[in-house]
Design a protein around this ligand. Structure first.
Ligand code: GTP
Ligand code: SPV
Ligand code: MN
Length: 634
C-alpha cells in the first residue's frame, strides 16, 4: 500500500473541489486525457467535457451530494487505463500477476463480505408494489431515494468520482442503448472498460441522442465502506436510473450489466416491443456452411459461458461443425422486418465464473486468460499465476491472500471471476458486432436439476414454450449470496433480473406470437441430471453440441421426436452419442419422463403461477392445466 494522497495518484485528475463540497460555478471538470493547466494549451482546455446539459447537471448534482475530491471523465483510452492500473497497483486494489506467463493480467481481492450479488438487498422501485411483482423486492421510489441519498451524502470525500459513459451493444447499432455510470471505484472503471463500449464514442452517441431528446440510463455507484449492513442496489425503471451503494462486486457494481442491461432494459423492452434476456447467443455452423443462432437462458453459474464457447467433439470437428460466440450472458432481441427475432449482445466482454474453467471444459475461455485480463478472488500459485479448481499447478495463496489451508475452504472463491474482452475469444463470431443483430432459430431454457428433468425436450409451440420458461427451476449457486443447491423457480433465468412483475413479463413474452411473426422453436435442457451413483449422467460441455444438433434438425424439420405431455423428446437414435461410451441405460435415464414426478412438478408450476394472482395471463394457466390433465395420475 502506498501512502500517496489520492490527489497525487496517477489517474486522478487535477480538479480540486472545495472540501466543503460547495460546487464551483460553473463546474470545472476535466477529462483525464485533457492537458493539465500549464500544458501547451494552458488555460484553453474546455470548461466542461460534455455539451449535454442534462448530463452536466446530473454530474454536478451528484458531486454536490457525494463531495468527491476530484471528478474524472473517462474517455476509455489506453493511456487512461494505464494510469488507472498504475494507481491501483500503488494502492493495492490490483496485484500484478506473473508478467511472463500472464502479461497485463491483474488480481483484485474483494472485501471477503462482498463476493457475489445480493438479491435480498436488490430492489425494484416502481411507483406501486404490484408493478415490481412478488418476484422482486420493492421499495417506494421516494423512500428509496431518501435512503440512498442519505448514504451518498459526502461518501466520496477524499476520493475521485469517475464519470463513465458507456454503450450497451455495438456503438452503431440501433438496438444498442447508452448509459453513464458515476462511480468512486477505479476497479469498476477498469471492468466497465472491458465489459462495455466505454468512453469517448459512447459519450458522443449520448450527446447526439440527447440533442434529439433521447435519455441515457443514469447509474450512481459508490463502494461506501463495503459494509454489508449499508448495502443496497436500487432500480428506478420509470426514471431509467440506478443507485448502488456498499458493494464493489460484479453485478452489484458494474451497473451496465444486470442493473441496466437486464432490470432497466427489460422494463424499456416491454414498453417498446423487444426482449432483454439473461441469455447467451451462439452460432452453430453446420458442415454445409449454414449458421444458425441459438439463444439460451440458464440461471447464474449454470453453463451459459461454457455453451457460448463450446468446442465441438472431435467427430463433429472432422465433419466441419464450427461454433461461434456472440454473447455469454445477456441478449437483447427484437422482431425484424421478416418477422424473425434478431439479437445483439449488449456486452463487450465476459465476466465469467473462474472455477471449473479448464483446458478440458472450456479451452476457448482459457485461451483468452493469459493476457489483458482482470481476475477477482482467484487463488495464486507460488510463481504468481492465477489458479482455481480445474487448472494445473498448486495454489499457494487463497482468494484472501492467505497461505492455502483446506480448513479455510476452497483456495479460489466459488464465485471468483475473470473479466476479459470478447475480442480475445478465439470463437468470437464475425457477426457479433453486426448492428442489426443475428437471427435466432431456437431459444433454449435450462437449469441445474439433479433429478426429474430430461436432457432435452421441445415445446409444442410458442405458448407452451413460454410456460416451459416460466416454470423453469434450478438449484441455486454461488453467484448470489445465500444457500447453494436449493431448487427454486427461476422463470427464464430472470428471477433476480427482471425489472417488473413476472406476470406482466409472461404476457409480454406471449405477445410475440403475433401475425407475421416467425418465432424460434423453444427447447428445455438439463445437463445436470445425476444417476444413482450421484454422478452426472451427461458428459456436458463440448458434447452439448450433440443436443444442439438435434434441436437444429428439429428446426429444419428433419429429425423425429417422441411426443409426451411435457413436450417432444429425441427418439432412440435421434441423438448422436457415437464415441461417448455411455453406460448402458444412461441415455434412457437421461431421457426418461417420470409421469408422476412431472404431474407434481406441473401442479407446483400451477401454484407458482397462482402466486401472481389475477395478473397472470389466463393462456399460461390453461396451458399448465392442459399438461397437468394429460399427465393426470392413473
Ligand atoms: P453466470 O456468469 O453466473 O451467469 O454463469 P454461466 O451461466 O455463464 O455459467 P458457466 O458457464 O460459467 O458455468 C458455471 C459452472 O457450471 C462451471 O463450474 C462449469 O464448469 C459448470 N458447467 C458448465 N457447463 C456444464 C455442463 O455442460 N455440464 C456440467 N456438468 N457442468 C457444466
Ligand atoms: C450472474 O450472476 O448471472 C452473473 C454474475 O453473470 S454478476 O455479474 O455478478 O451478476
Ligand atoms: Mn449471468
Amino acid at each position: 500500500m502506498s501512502s500517496t494522497p489520492d490527489s497525487m495518484r496517477r489517474g486522478a485528475v487535477p480538479v480540486q473541489l472545495p472540501p466543503d463540497g460547495a460546487m464551483p460555478a460553473p463546474l470545472r471538470a476535466m477529462a483525464p486525457h485533457e492537458p493539465r493547466d500549464g500544458d501547451a494549451r494552458g488555460g484553453d482546455a474546455p470548461t466542461t467535457p460534455t455539451t449535454l446539459v442534462a448530463l452536466r447537471d446530473w454530474v454536478a448534482s451528484v458531486a454536490a451530494l457525494t463531495q468527491p475530491a476530484h471528478i474524472a471523465w473517462c474517455d476509455g483510452s489506453d493511456a487512461e487505463n494505464a494510469r488507472l492500473v498504475a494507481m491501483m497497483l500503488d494502492t493495492g486494489d490490483l496485484l500484478r500477476l506473473n508478467p511472463d506467463t500472464h502479461p497485463d493480467c491483474y488480481l483484485h481481492r474483494s472485501s471477503p463480505s462482498d463476493v457475489a450479488r445480493v438479491e435480498h438487498l436488490t430492489f425494484v422501485c416502481t411507483p406501486t408494489n404490484d408493478e415490481a411483482g412478488p418476484n422482486n423486492h420493492w421499495m417506494a421510489p421516494a423512500e428509496a431515494h431518501a435512503k440512498m441519498d442519505a448514504l451518498y451524502a459526502g461518501c466520496m470525500r477524499g476520493r475521485t468520482m469517475y464519470v463513465v459513459p458507456y454503450c450497451m451493444g455495438p456503438i452503431d447499432s440501433p438496438l444498442a442503448r447508452c448509459g453513464v455510470e458515476i462511480t468512486d471505484s477505479p476497479y469498476v472503471v477498469a471492468n466497465m472498460r472491458i465489459m462495455t463500449r466505454m468512453g469517448a464514442a459512447a459519450l458522443a452517441r449520448i450527446e447526439r441522442e440527447g440533442a434529439e431528446g433521447l435519455p441515457f440510463v443514469r447509474g450512481l455507484h459508490s463502494i461506501g465502506e463495503l459494509d454489508p449492513e449499508r448495502r443496497f442496489i436500487m432500480h428506478f425503471p420509470q426514471e431509467l436510473s440506478i443507485k448502488s451503494f456498499g458493494s464493489g462486486y460484479g453485478g452489484n457494481a458494474l451497473l451496465g450489466k444486470k442493473c441496466h442491461a437486464l432490470r432497466i432494459a427489460s422494463h424499456q423492452a416491454r414498453g417498446e416491443g423487444w426482449l432483454a434476456e439473461h441469455m447467451l447467443i451462439v452460432g452453430i455452423e453446420d458442415p454445409q456452411g449454414a449458421t444458425h443462432y441459438v439463444a439460451a437462458a440458464f440461471p447464474s453459474a449454470c453453463g451459459k459461458t461454457n455453451l457460448a464457447m463450446l468446442i465441438p467433439p472431435e467427430g463433429y470437428r472432422e465433419k466441419g461443425w464450427k461454433v461461434w460466440t456472440v454473447g455469454d450472458d445477456i441478449c437483447w432481441m427484437r422482431p425484424g422486418a421478416d418477422g424473425r427475432l434478431y439479437a445483439i449482445n449488449p456486452e463487450a466482454g465476459y465476466f465469467g465464473v473462474a472455477p471449473g474453467t479448464s483446458e478440458k471444459t472450456n479451452p476457448n475461455a482459457l485461451a483468452m486468460l493469459d493476457r489483458d485480463a482482470i481476475f477477482t478472488n482467484v487463488a495464486v500459485t507460488a510463481d504468481n499465476q492465477p489458479w482455481w479448481d480445474g487448472l494445473p499447478g498448486t495454489p499457494a495463496l487463497d482468494w484472501q491472500g492467505r497461505p492455502v489451508d483446506k480448513a479455510n475452504g476452497p483456495a479460489a472463491h466459488p464465485n471468483s471471476r475473470f473479466t476479459v474482452s470478447a475480442r480475445r475469444c478465439p470463437s468470437y463470431s464475425p457477426h457479433a458486432e453486426d448492428p442489426q443483430g443475428v437471427p435466432i432459430s431456437a431459444i433454449v431454457f435450462g437449469g441445474r436439476r439433479e433429478s426429474l428433468v430430461p436432457l432435452v425436450f421441445e415445446a409444442r409451440d410458442w405458448r407452451h414454450g413460454v410456460l416451459v420458461g416460466a416454470g423453469m427451476a434450478s438449484e441455486t449457486t454461488a453467484a448470489a449470496t445465500g444457500a447453494v443447491g436449493v431448487v427454486r423457480r427461476d422463470s427464464m433465468a430472470m428471477k433476480p433480473f427482471v425489472g417488473y412483475n413476472f406476470a406482466d413479463y409472461f404476457a409480454h413474452w406471449l405477445s410475440f406470437d403475433a401475425p407475421g411473426a416467425v418465432l424460434p422453436k423453444v427447447f428445455h435442457v438439463n445437463w445436470f441430471r445425476k444417476g444413482a451413483d450421484g454422478k452426472f449422467l451427461w458428459p456436458g460441455f463440448g458434447d452439448n453440441l450433440r443436443v444442439l444438433e438435434w434441436m437444429l434438425r428439429r428446426v429444419q424439420g428433419n429429425a423425429g421426436a417422441l411426443e409426451t405431455p411435457i413436450g417432444n423428446l429425441p427418439l432412440e437414435g435421434d441423438l448422436d452419442v457415437e464415441g461417448l461410451g455411455m453406460a448402458p441405460g444412461a441415455l434412457d435415464a437421461l431421457l426418461h419422463v417420470d409421469r408422476d414426478g412431472w404431474y407434481d412438478e406441473m401442479e407446483a408450476v400451477g401454484e407458482y403461477l397462482a402466486g401472481f394472482g389475477d395478473r397472470v395471463p389466463p393462456a399460461l394457466v390453461e396451458e399448465q392445466q392442459r399438461i397437468s390433465a394429460e399427465l393426470g395420475r392413473p
